[in-house]
Write a protein that binds this ligand. Structure first.
Ligand code: PMP
Length: 407
């Protein structure tokens, strides 16, 4: 793609070419999961048709091919986030499992009674609950960085929370509910000054921002393939090698061992130490195609287009009487969350669906964030590179209809 051509891009996503309740599908639920290009869909069936075999152990041709493809994705992921070695790329089921892995290994090993873990007000439940469970188990304390009314972290308040007791800061790079891009570099540097480690939840960031874990200098970085045009059931945990080396394993089983006897087991090298059992080979292989797709389009080019959509939507939605956008940070990705006076978000979602428009409604797995804004939930439209301004016009039209019905 020499020039960004959204109509060409749309052709790569077969699911978009359908009608819902007789209307062309408008898919605005990309923050929940993105659609998959044909190359990804094809890679899954090719794997099962042509080289399905268990990896790493076999010496036969299919096993070698499957292993090479699986490890090829690992190298692709390494490049995608600029990690220094594939030893630092652990495959998991997704962001949630990546965070739980860190809590169960690094967390259990390092966090003691009286220690503190810091998160932000805008965390997804998957970056809250594992830390709560850990703190409860250890007698540690969970601290929360407050945000302002625009949905931005208040860095001065963050500074006040940091101390020698801080063992870990776990922060979301981009809020799935508000679209806010957090100043993660500052968050990381300030935590390091106190000797704390930092985990970045990159679930939403990875499809929109260029990710460079070495430059960020984060200790852990978690993300999911399915929010990045890839399959579900596969995700990544990046960790600094010296940390991963010193951490105990996560699950025990095949693949993660060097030698097993009934008396003692020694563990495999990185990254296999953290990958017990037969992994999700098919989806991992197909994930590579998703990353190739994103690289081919070029993330900055797609991001610029998505930003145009964000600006257009933010302006267009102003014409809806009683609509208020929740999350007005200066730095945002293409997510608009809003409430409409006198209309419940669930009713908005149902009526938009009759127009073929798919949005997310509710708390978006960020209940404490909703409490901060004093609302039960929002309607969220999240845009990907295949969305268009014409689709945003349809959303606005649909919302006019909603308002007419309920007022
Ligand atoms: N963090 C954020 C910011 C997210 O948006 C999501 C997915 N909604 C997750 C974590 C969890 O990701 P997954 O369900 O793929 O594990």
């Amino acid at each position: 793609y020499k020039v960004f051509d959204v109509l060409e891009i749309r052709k790569d996503f077969p699911i978009l070419n359908q009608t819902i309740h007789g209307k062309p599908l408008v898919y605005f639920d990309n923050a929940a999961t993105t659609q998959k290009p044909q190359s990804v869909i094809q890679a899954i069936s090719e794997y099962y048709q042509e080289f399905n075999a268990n990896i790493h152990r076999g010496i036969h041709t299919l096993a070698e091919k499957a292993t090479a493809e699986y490890e090829g994705t690992r190298e692709m992921v390494r490049k995608f986030i600029n990690a220094s070695s594939t030893d630092e790329i652990i495959f998991t089921r997704g962001t949630t499992e990546s965070i739980n892995l860190v809590a169960a290994t690094f967390g259990r090993q390092q966090v003691k009674a009286g220690d503190e873990v810091i998160i932000t007000t805008m965390e997804h439940h998957s970056n809250i609950v594992p830390w709560q469970m850990l703190c409860e188990e250890k007698g540690a304390t969970l601290k929360v960085i407050p945000i302002n009314d625009a949905g931005e972290i208040i860095l001065e308040e963050y500074e006040k929370l940091l101390s020698e007791r801080t063992k870990l800061v776990a922060a979301v790079y981009v809020s799935n509910s508000l679209g806010t891009i957090n100043p993660v570099k500052e968050i990381i540097d300030r935590a390091h000054a106190f000797g704390a480690r930092v985990l970045i939840d990159g679930a939403q960031a990875s499809a929109h921002l260029d990710i460079n874990v070495q430059e960020l200098n984060c200790d852990f970085y978690a993300f999911s393939s399915h929010k990045l045009y890839g399959p579900t059931g596969i995700g990544v945990l990046y960790g600094k090698r010296e940390l991963l080396d010193s951490m105990p394993p996560y699950q025990g089983g095949g693949e993660m061992i060097k030698e097993v006897s009934f008396e003692k087991t020694t563990y495999n090298e990185l990254p296999y130490k953290f990958e017990a059992g037969t992994p999700n080979i098919a989806d991992t292989v197909a994930f590579k195609k998703a990353l190739e797709y994103v690289n081919e389009i070029s993330k900055p080019v797609a991001a610029e287009y998505e930003h145009e959509l964000l600006t257009y939507a933010t302006e267009s939605l102003q014409e809806i009487n009683g609509l208020r956008i929740v999350g007005t940070a200066k730095e945002k990705i293409s997510i608009v969350s809003f409430v409409v006076e006198g209309v419940h978000h669930q009713d908005i979602g149902i009526i938009l669906d009759t127009q073929g428009i798919a949005v997310r409604t509710g708390h978006h797995c960020t209940q404490p964030l909703m409490q901060r804004f004093g609302i039960p939930g929002t309607t969220r439209a999240s845009f990907a590179m295949y969305n268009t301004k014409e689709e945003i016009d349809k959303l606005v039209k649909g919302l006019h209809r909603v308002v007419k019905m309920f007022r």
